[in-house]
Design a protein around this ligand. Sequence first.
Ligand code: UD1
Ligand code: CA
Length: 456
Amino acid sequence: MKQPCLSIILAAGQGTRMKSERPKVLHEVAGVSMIRRVLNVCPDGPAPVVIIGHGADAVREHVGDRARFALQAERLGTGHAVMMARDAIQAHDGPVLIMAGDMPLLTQEAVSALVSAAERTGAALLTSVLADPTGYGRILRDESGCVTGIVEQKDATPEQQAIREVNASVYCVPAQPLLQCLNELKNDNAQGEYYLTDCVALLREKGVAMEAVTADEFTCMGVNDRVQLAQAERVVRARVTEKLMRSGVTIIDPERVVIEETVCIGQDTVIEPGAVLRGATVIGPGCRILGTTRMESAVVGGHTTVESSVLLSARVGEHTTVGPFAYLRPGTVVGDHCRVGDYVELKNATIGNGTKISHLTYIGDADVGENCNFGCGTAFANYDGLKKHRSTVGNHVFVGCHSVLISPVQVGNGAYIAAGAVVNCDVEPESLCIGRTPIAVKQDWAKKRREQGNLK
Ligand code: UD1
Ligand code: CA
């Protein structure tokens, strides 16, 4: 029977090479912190133990109740870090999975392959063969190919440095022999640290065989600096765009979009270069996302076009067009077959099906019905300097250009607001609202002035 795995994640190090105020594992790859990415691939089992030290409070707060914590007050090495979880290991009768917290590309597949190998062989570790192994611990094997130990870059002889198989820093070891090895660790090495990697040779001495499971270079990548952080970001992005393209989304230039893994996009949607799609964004089928568009947790129905616009926690229906240069702020809900044109800002507003807001308009804190038409330059004066007020506009309402609706007002179904009105009272259904200063046109005025030499 398969025994549950106890996961331990090492996250106490400072991450000196990041040159950052923030603990290394809190740096994000494609919008998700490295520590969260590692937590996401932990197998089922007792609550994972995260070893914290540098920036302990920040890491603890970030991870929350997804894990238990063990404090490594002094950073004396990766082996010392695991010792901090001694109580949890002692209480666990089964395999222990140890992972470094700086492996944002680690996959569930690699972890389960490792756990299965450990069940089969006794213990297992994840390795990769790299073109450039610099910085990683090297895997030592005997003539028969069995793993005998790991030597760190700084302790390796030139011959050992030529080895291209490296340690990924993911291990699966039964709890009891692991504890024994941890107790035997010494710090007589180049860095004066208790290396977890030394457990591999110690386990072998105890007759515990160690199987190496090999994965690709990305899966095994440890992020130590910002150059590697950007490399990891590129890999995640490539994984995301490839998956989307295989599911039927056209991405004109996959290297010039930012799409987070959480984003869902329907078939036959076309994404042009410059799109930044984040969070819980959902885009329906047959859409066109054009120009530099940014969406954060936006929901867009099928066959809608969005061009060079920003949508933040906004919902847009089907067969609608948005932009160019529209700004849909949180709380916006736009219906089907609508038009939200250039320089239109919507905030906390619902817009009914078929309504057209074509240019230069602000609608904030309002409920607008179906099939309305807003002329160019309409504004809702929703703020009186102290409080926000909400207005309602019925169905089939025509709002002429350059009108201002001073909230709160109610405009009834079928009403017609003439251009240039300042609407500061309710408007009955089917009525005309007109508010203009009478103007005078004086015939021949200009002509006479010109004849007198008073006008050019
Ligand atoms: C480590 C491995 C190396 C491997 C590489 C893979 C050791 C000695 N070396 O080296 O063989 O090839 O990872 O990326 O294990 N940490 C603590 N407490 C400490 C020290 C480190 O919690 O006292 C944590 C760090 O926060 C980090 C992880 O352990 O998440 C790995 O530490 P790091 O310093 O990055 O190790 P590497 O030098 O990369
Ligand atoms: Ca590392």
